[in-house]
Design a protein. Sequence first.
Length: 136
Amino acid sequence: MITRTFKITEEQDQYLQKVSGGNVSGYIKKRLFGEEAESQLKLSQIEDSLVSIQRIIDRLSIDMRTTDQSGIEQKLDELRTEISKISFPPQGQMLMHESLAVETLLLLRNMASPEKMKIAQAETARVGYKPWESKR
């Protein structure tokens, strides 16, 4: 296992001690990686549902060209059923990996000096991404 170290202020250390219940390493690992598997599973389930939907659409398209259209209503019902199985978070609520990224960004911004933040944001823009800004 690899050990990583980074510098934080005393205030930041006190905060980490408080929120982690004394297990700072475990807390950081859980916050960074603990929910990743769950998010990946949800994304995989959505992907599987979309693949199933695509197969139904493909079959429907072939059926429309090659046969009479009597079975189309049943296939449309199958498609509606597959679509109804897909669950997205409520409007305004982020997926777990998005909220994890935002929290990590905020923690890192709290630790970085303004100069280092400007450098990081400039590099982000240079490689073609828009630096993240909170909604105010």
